[in-house]
Write a protein that binds this ligand. Structure first.
Ligand SMILES: C[S@@+](CC[C@H](N)C(=O)[O-])C[C@H]1O[C@@H](n2cnc3c(N)ncnc32)[C@H](O)[C@@H]1O
Length: 273
């Protein structure tokens, strides 16, 4: 499962540093790791799905009582830090969030956190993932979700605008559909979650460059991922976009290339629909 899942981004050292830089972006954007509405209790259990480098979990562990248990899950362990470096109340493990979790995890968690899942799903139906989350949560448990809305972007500069149009065409052709992120609040409502907060917007000026930089790095990875699944006829158009992306990545072009941050906090009713 580790190497053969169809994750479109890479899992090398550059990708790990990009995830950690994105963590800084979210941290400066929101000013918290655990949403302040969620009550902290001594023996609470928190899970993160698609934990990547576990940077969110590690950061949060420093802020909570050592009795709180934090479990990070991912379909691949490639980006996990060495086990000897985990805080004593943190456990990381391999788990596919698109199948039912083992019964030992059922109803165990006060909070389930997801972040940056935009590129993980190939289709607009997220019910398999939300059903997994429901299995994990205690009745009344919280789902905290931060994601990248790639439909409502903030793009500035002629080259950036042209690249956006072209790359979106390619996404469409290879079946990469990011619209489910914008629909997330509605999808969760339909799944009987009570929405406590749902917010989209743009990054403050001082965070725009960090978003542009990390996003352009991610796009380079996405393009490599697309090349692996691409038909022969499309090779020329993707190579052209690879070049356009390289030009955009040169510093001081004045371009802005930002996705919109979407923040969501919802509570499970514990009742299945
Ligand atoms: C863009 S990274 C985000 C990492 C982390 N949430 C963060 O914000 O730093 C997406 C992560 O989701 C993981 N992933 C993809 N598909 C998954 C699945 N079906 N089940 C669990 N994790 C998955 C990837 O391996 C990757 O580590």
């Amino acid at each position: 499962m580790t190497q053969n899942d169809d994750y479109v981004l890479g899992r090398g050292i550059m990708d790990s540093v990009r995830l950690d830089a994105q963590h800084l972006l979210w941290k400066l954007h929101r000013g918290y790791e655990l949403h302040p509405h969620i009550p902290v209790t001594e023996y609470m259990k928190i899970a993160e799905l698609g934990t990547g480098t576990a940077v969110w979990i590690f950061d949060l562990a420093r802020q909570l009582p050592p009795t709180v248990q934090l479990h990070g899950f991912d379909i691949s362990e490639s980006q996990f830090p060495e086990k000897g470096l985990w805080p004593q109340n943190v456990t990381l493990g391999v788990l596919d969030s698109l199948v039912d979790p083992p019964s030992s995890l059922s109803g165990q968690y006060d909070v389930v956190h997801l972040r940056m899942w935009a590129s993980n799903l190939r289709e607009s139906d997220i019910s398999t993932l939300t059903s997994h989350v429901k299995h994990l949560l205690k009745p009344g448990g919280y789902i905290q979700w931060e994601d990248a809305d790639l439909v409502h972007q903030r793009i500035k500069g002629a080259e950036a605008e042209k690249f956006e149009r072209n790359i979106n065409e390619i996404f469409k052709k290879v079946g990469l559909d990011y619209s489910w992120v914008s629909n997330l609040p509605n999808s969760l409502r339909k799944q009987n979650f009570e929405i406590i907060e749902s917010e989209t917007g743009y990054f403050k000026p001082e965070l725009v460059q960090l978003c542009t930089n990390t996003y352009l790095m991610a796009l380079r990875e996405i393009i490599q991922g697309i090349k692996r699944i691409l038909s022969h006829e499309m090779l020329l158009s993707i190579t052209e976009q690879e070049l356009a992306l390289y030009q955009l990545s040169l510093q001081n072009t004045g371009s802005i290339y930002n996705w919109s941050p979407l923040v969501l906090l919802a509570q499970s009713s514990g009742v299945d629909v």
